[in-house]
Design a protein around this ligand. Structure first.
Ligand code: AMP
Length: 461
């Protein structure tokens, strides 16, 4: 995953990026960076850690200029080392280039072999660096054809925000796996992964960048062009952005994420009701919106059975060995008084490995719950993602190793039901425009290299 943002023509460009990265923190907590440009010089500040810990007034003030791009990193490819922190910086024919990438390229092995044979030397292990090398090799004259020719060679998922000198560029791959939105702050343009960033900086949401679209923003004017689509006529927006990843206050893929999650919950209640339960509760926070939808549709009351501690840093002091479950309990604590002796419906957005769900259920049992009916607002995740969601290999996905009955036994619930694939798609606007390969293994393109070999072996499309 990752969060990306870019601003053009605003005197507080770096400050806007800094605040936007705050809003996009959920898309990557590992590292963050801001690069700005004042027409003459490039300024960069990149570091590991959270946005709030990495930047302050002083460090942002040092980032001069009215053009800037920023990035929050969650590494799905490339190691977590400092040199892999984005935005990636380069100079080409005297022009500075800064690039922030969200997504996962799937033909990097082929491209890097070709590029290295042609003399390229890579500084990082990020697939995003490939894009800069492709640009350097591309001969085409004007900016539009230069970009188009380079991006056409990429496979996989990419939402990109570039600075090429004083031109801000936004691009989305032809399938549109990852979101990218366009906004305006007075007469300055802003691009960001999600609209929640716009709300924080007082920007007006204009529209989403379309799959396959490239926008060029210069001197307050925007120009749009499209990549030649070839056989990529279908859209394949990542359905998991709606289920879990994006913030519920964002508007992406032409819908509000909060509303989508509530509709998923309502559909789940329709497909898998529980008779005479005392109440519905969520595993906070991710299951909260679907739980609300489930409760409203089923007519059951909604309770908050677990309280989340919002003050946990990522590296809290390791407790003594005798506090074995400390890690689980410090984050979520069940409320015994309302749980004891109850028959409950527990709603979670998804199950990946099953380990978190299992430990939450264990806590609920210890709090004295009598019956737990676990409901999941998406189908079982059985296939890995090659497009940027950190879904592990098949052997780590509980639903690809165990049947639903076995999974229910593993997480120790009285019943376990998942939303059906058709039910999930029925609540999405433009349901045919989503990638749901993690549920059914139907990938939108033939995935090359290692991934492709793996898929072929498994008989996936
Ligand atoms: P588990 O029961 O261990 O599978 O954890 C399930 C919770 O982790 C759900 O809220 C998931 O949505 C969330 N989750 C989301 N993305 C991932 C991921 N890439 N890897 C692991 N867990 C994830």
């Amino acid at each position: 995953m990752c969060g990306i943002v870019g601003v053009s023509n605003h005197r507080d460009a770096a400050k806007i990026i800094f605040l936007s990265l705050y809003a996009l923190q959920h898309r990557g907590e590992e590292a963050c960076g801001i690069v700005s440009y004042d027409g003459k010089k490039i300024y960069a500040e990149k570091t590991t850690g959270l946005v709030a810990d990495s930047f302050d007034e002083r460090s942002v003030a040092h980032l001069k200029g009215s053009f800037a791009v920023g990035h929050t990193r969650y590494s799905t490819t490339g190691s977590s080392s400092a040199k892999n922190i984005q935005p990636f910086l380069a100079t080409h024919k005297g022009r500075p280039i800064a690039i922030a990438h969200n997504g996962n390229l799937t033909n990097t092995e082929f491209l890097s072999e070709q590029l290295e044979d042609g003399g390229s030397i890579f500084q990082t292990t990020m697939d995003s660096e490939m894009i800069v090398h492709l640009l350097a090799k591309t001969k085409n004259g004007d900016l539009k054809s230069w970009m188009t020719e380079a991006l056409c060679q990429l496979k996989g998922s990419y939402s990109l925000v570039f600075l090429v000198g004083d031109v801000l560029i936004g691009a989305r791959d032809p399938f549109g796996f990852r979101p990218l939105c366009l906004g305006m702050i007075n007469d300055a343009y802003i691009l960001a992964s999600e609209t929640c960033a716009f709300d924080l900086v007082g920007a007006r949401f204009v529209r989403e960048i379309e799959p396959g679209e490239i926008v060029f923003i210069k001197s307050g004017r925007i120009e749009s062009s499209f990549l030649p689509l070839g056989n990529k006529k279908c859209k394949a927006q990542c359905v998991f952005e709606n289920i879990y990843f994006a913030r519920p206050d964002s508007h992406i893929f032409h819908d509000n994420v909060y509303s989508v999650r509530k509709r998923l919950g309502a559909q789940l209640a329709k497909e898998h009701p529980v008779k005479k339960a005392d109440f519905v509760m969520a595993i906070p926070d991710s299951g909260s919106y679907a739980a609300l939808g489930y409760a409203q549709a089923s007519g059951l009351p909604l309770e908050i059975g677990m309280i989340r501690n919002h003050y946990i840093g990522r590296t809290f002091i390791q407790p003594a060995q005798f506090l074995r479950d400390f890690r689980v309990r410090v984050k979520l604590n069940p409320i015994r008084d309302i749980l004891k002796g109850k028959k409950i419906v527990v709603v979670e957005d998804s199950i990946v490995r099953g380990t978190t769900s299992r430990s939450r259920v264990e806590e609920l049992r210890k709090a004295g719950v009598k019956e737990i009916h676990f409901r999941v607002s998406c189908p079982p995740i059985r296939f890995p993602c090659f497009y940027g969601i950190d879904f592990p290999s098949k052997k780590e996905l509980v639903a690809s190793k165990k049947s639903i009955k076995e999974t229910a036994r593993f997480i120790q619930v009285d019943s376990l039901k998942y939303l059906s694939l058709s039910g999930m798609l029925s609540v999405m606007k433009n349901s045919q425009q989503f990638c749901h390969a993690c549920f059914d293994g139907h990938y939108p393109e033939v995935v090359p290299q290692k991934a492709g070999k793996y898929l072929l072996e498994k008989g996936c499309k």
